[in-house]
Design a protein around this ligand. Sequence first.
Ligand code: 26M
Length: 798
Amino acid sequence: MAFNVQEFKKEYTKKFEELFAYGYDEGSTTERFIALGDLVRGLYTEEWKSTVEDYIADQSKQVYYFSMEFLPGRMLKSNLLNLGILDCVREGMQELGLDFDEVARGEVDPALGNGGLGRLASCFMDSIASTGLAGHGNGIRYRYGLFQQKFVNGYQIELPENWLRNRNVWEVRKENKAVIVRFGGQVNLAADEDGKMTVRYENTRNILAVPYDTAQVGYKNGVINNLRLWSAEIPYGEEANFSTVEERDDVMRITEVLYPDDSNYEGRLLRVKQEYFFSSAGIQSIIRYFKKLKLDWNQFPEKTAIHINDTHPTLAIPELMRILLDEEGLGWDQAWEITKKTISYTNHTILQEAMERWPEGMIAELLPRIYQIIAEINRRHIEKKIPIYGNELAYRTAIIDQGQIKMANLAIIGSHSVNGVAQLHTDILMAETLHDFFVMYPQKFNNKTNGITQRRWVQIANEALTDLLDDTIGAEWKKNPLEIRLLKAFREDEEVLEALETVKLKNKQRFADYVLKTMGIEIDPTAIFDVQIKRMHAYKRQLLNVMHILDRYLQLKDDPSLDFPKRVFIFGAKAAPSYYYAKEIIKLINAIADLINNDSTIGDKIKIVFVENYGVSLAELIIPAADISEQISLAGKEASGTSNMKLMSNGAITMATLDGANVEIRDNVGDENIFVFGLKSEEVQSYYRNGNYHAYDIYEKNPRVKRVLNMLVDGSIPGIEQEGRDIFDSLVKFNDEYFLLKDFDSYIAAQYSADRIYADRGKWNRMALMNIANSGPFSSDYTIRRYADEIWKIKPKS
Ligand code: 26M
């Protein structure tokens, strides 16, 4: 983008005055950001428009990524980076006497997702545009994002996240693209004049879905795709049907707030309304576009791929069927072939409690026509499969079972591709979780290991590392992430290794400053920064990390002269508001932080920092500062993980169980550049199957385990009477569902070897370098290319 510093300064000054009627020097940080964001949006609108026009002119196949969640993070720097004007704008702001980084922090980080699944969707949007693919997002414009987390007396408190309070400079409301989504009512069959039967919907409640579009700027390639988020409103001219406050509230509520639980499905009516609302609106807008092309319906799958991110948008399947059947007049078989060829599905979890199921009666009442179509899909499925596979297998794969609609079953049967998000996860899906379906449809199953965008997670979050890489191996890695492997040639180069250490130290200092300023805790940047950042969940085993901390504390209390290197244990985690046990662990971590941080005999040997309100923006601050990446879920439980990839790309060394994508990280970096411990997935499976795990025996026989666990109940940690007892019981009395006690010894041993190696700076730096050098394969650009080649069948714009 042609643009110079002088022009920028002029434009910015003008834009600010236009918006606020005073000079930027008098503005607040928020106002300064809004002016900048507004200016930047103006810079790309022409390319945004022409990208869409080109897609129409070329009749390019397009992919639509349907996701209930997106977690884009702040967009200013990423838009500037991708437009190629980041340095120019930074310089211009500086010349205007403004602190560019501070202005950038004036942007609110949109938290329209819970965690891994939502962030993956946003990495994918960046990679789709940056690899030159015609692809768009489809989701919900929640009025309130994921709750803000506060700690009060160590307990998690949730506050509403009113992310739109200062307006959103990136979005464009597209009133002319609004569609109607219908709920409730009755379905009637009526014969028209020629005696043809048509389906009529009567007495439906009609909701207006208004799209807000946000540009997805590709990296220096002129491609600008679209993220379309829908908002629920009362349709124009239908105000009379919404005369009571309750009726109006019911509409607003649909897109009011993101459900804050990412691990436990709940059969709530409002949730399924949200799911149908954005699925239906998305399908309608795709159909509207396709009809402009004036092609045959059989060409729909040649021009359209629709991907559903987990089962949340699965109602897109019967919705597409409904439109083809009822509105476009196609026959069942033709509509079904088109639907299956168009839709593909990603599974993100094997946890049974997270699998979506809806009560049949609820769907029948809320979405009567959709219910009929699901029932017919189910009937045909059973009828077709019984002769081939027998009754038992056929019924085990039924969509409707014991009064419940199983969304994963519908997603698999109604799509042509089912993928897991790491090889181990996909293997478990095929062999266990979805084995019945694998028998029926082996060709549908495939793996697409997750990835991350190094543009955000290295170039933006870690400018110092970016400069070092450019100076050492050139800048090609930015366009071609595999090229980062060139760094391997410098593994014995002391100058590079020292420079890498300097970069890390600088990032650690930056985080230490933040911690001092926001929490009043002083941490030593030369200490090991040991990081675990992810949702709080029992299977992720933050509690195992806690057990290590308590063990280390006890060792130091016994012998304060022990020469452990200093360590700072850094946590970031939100718990679902209804997840009681996860909240107890939050309280526990805050309590041991209080105890240990203020114990003068421990001093700097152990510090614990539990940051409040972890999210994308804090991740950008923490990840570049990490030495150790804690990826310690019980093997077989974490589908993939993506913070593991972000941390390795920033030179942290992984402390890993062989779970999710950790396995592939190990394969890439080699055993000598990772700390692996714990049970393997097959061993876990075998214990579950044989029922021969006895946590109590370990508690009794392992004195270190016993001492650590006793701390939870003997009053040595103030303020956790209830929590300590509950957590102790979960491990000792209720047999430790996630095998923490079993993995404890090998975890401690792995932590000790980390201590030893950290003391050898050269060796540690070499390991860090090898992690960075081997992170290229985890770029979401490659993940997306594999989705494009193997599932979506779309090619980049030449
Ligand atoms: C479901 C029903 C009702 C309300 C909420 C949900 C729900 C929301 C989010 C369920 C699951 C949700 O997210 C799951 C998730 O984030 N899974 C993670 O996906 C990542 C990307 O593939 C993986 O890296 C993680 O391993 C996986 O845990």
